[in-house]
Ligand binder design. Structure first.
Ligand SMILES: *Cc1c(COP(=O)(O)O)cnc(C)c1O
Length: 425
């Protein structure tokens, strides 16, 4: 193909026409500008868009509650007592877990803590937690407070991983070097599978293997991984993971979290865990026995009966993922869509102060691209993009994050964004 042609808008339109997932955009409400045009929405990494069917799913539960009251626990069209089970299969398949390895419950930071109760078990010389220096703040507060809870000084117990070069992306070899150097003192490796700031994807399989060799437990925060990458948590042998569902999984603001606990821990009797009635054996839960018998696998970590309205919204959204064929086709499109964004940025951007910090290698990134503004004008540039109808997100001190999402973003959205970017110097 003639190269000049490749960078024309008509080519973006042509790619949309041959996109087998193009029809899914129509499954979503696209936020509108004051003049009634579609926003260029690139914020699915922060809050995913609302599927059109979500309203009906939530209304069905409101209506069953109105008609049935408490009887809805058993007689609702989707009975509330086992409601979380309706989510398990599609959720497990999105993250590559077996069904009894996955459950939906609580929100993300709560689950990070609950899982660390079981999987951060410092003792003797092995008491440290390895995390990225640029981890999401909530994760850093969570690990520091867990270390302090066990009586350690977080300054000593938390190892913050940074690259030697000072670049925000951490080379894989340097993760392995840190494990090699400090592995014997590390109780827990807890990384964002996709770093929220740079969009870097860690090689979760290789890191898990290396960390296990050193005797460390390995968990991943997949807030930016679930619904973005083709994850294989079971095969990668990860000990545990958790993620939220309101980013790429489109379940709505404050939506629920999913957890993964590898099957080798499914029946572990020696793992400490916080207990609640929803984690208790279903057969005897309502006999209210005094002794806690945990359900097998991830379900055994549940505490409370879950919020059905939030679960209904998540069920609607997971149904869209199932109809789209799951993560494989979505990831295929995502690689093309974000690859196209990177290619256009490189071709069109003559501004030396704009630097993409996300790795270009598709194995080391998901859909998000983080653009660093080295000239101090990033905030102003971001505001001009916003005025022009772009919804992206700004991260202090100097990064604009843009995430083209394969379910609802088009190639032409990417083209229009890069055009605007070149106008807002
Ligand atoms: C979005 C995000 C969170 C948010 O946590 P909540 O408990 O859902 O508020 C935490 N960690 C990471 C890595 C995130 O990306």
């Amino acid at each position: 193909m003639n190269n000049a042609h490749r960078f024309e808008r008509s080519e973006a339109l042509r790619m949309d026409q041959s996109d087998p997932l193009a029809r899914f955009r129509n499954e979503f409400h696209i936020p509108q500008t004051a003049t009634g045009k579609d926003h260029l929405y690139f914020c699915g990494n922060s809050l995913g868009l609302q599927p059109k069917r979500t309203k009906a799913f939530v209304e069905a539960e409101l209506s069953d509650w109105a008609k049935l009251g408490v009887e809805g626990h058993v007689h609702a069209r989707h009975p509330w007592m086992p409601y979380h089970e309706f989510l398990t299969k599609p959720m497990a398949s999105l993250v590559g877990g077996l069904e009894h390895e996955v459950v939906v419950m609580n929100s993300l930071t709560v689950n990070l803590h609950l899982l660390m109760v079981s999987f951060y078990r410092p003792s003797g010389k092995r008491f440290k937690i390895l995390i990225e220096a640029d981890a999401f703040p909530s994760d850093k507060y969570a690990v520091a407070s867990q270390a302090a809870f066990h009586g350690y000084d977080p300054q000593e117990a938390i190892i913050e991983l940074k690259s030697k070069s000072g670049h925000p992306v951490i080379p894989h070899e340097e993760v392995l070097e840190a494990l090699d150097r400090e592995g014997e003192s590390i109780a827990l490796v807890l990384l964002g599978g996709v770093n929220y700031y740079t969009g870097q994807v860690f090689d979760m399989q290789a890191i898990t293997q290396a960390a296990h060799t050193k005797g460390c437990v390995v968990g991943f925060d997949l807030a930016h991984g679930a619904g973005n990458l083709d994850l294989r948590l079971h095969d990668w042998n990860v000990d545990f993971a958790c993620w939220c569902s309101y980013k790429y999984l489109n379940s709505g603001p404050g939506g629920l979290s999913g957890i993964f606990v590898h099957e080798r821990h499914a029946d572990s009797k020696d793992l400490p865990r916080f207990q609640g009635w929803w984690g208790h054996d279903k057969a005897t839960r309502f006999k209210m026995p005094s002794q806690f018998i945990p359900l097998k696998g991830a379900e055994g970590w549940q505490l409370s009966n879950p919020p059905i309205l939030a679960m209904a919204a998540l069920r609607a959204s997971l149904e869209v993922f199932v109809e789209a064929g799951g993560m494989q086709p979505l990831r295929r499109k995502s690689e093309l869509l974000t690859g196209y964004l990177l290619e256009l940025l490189q071709q069109r951007n003559d501004n030396a102060s704009l630097r993409v910090i996300t790795p270009s290698d598709p194995l080391q990134r998901g859909c998000q691209v983080s653009i660093q503004n080295l000239d101090g004008k990033g905030k102003q540039r971001f505001e001009r993009l916003t005025d022009a109808g772009v919804i992206a997100d700004w991260r202090e001190p100097d990064v604009i994050r843009v995430a083209p999402v394969p379910l609802y973003n088009r190639f032409v959205d990417v083209w229009d964004f890069v055009e605007l970017m070149s106008e807002v110097h």
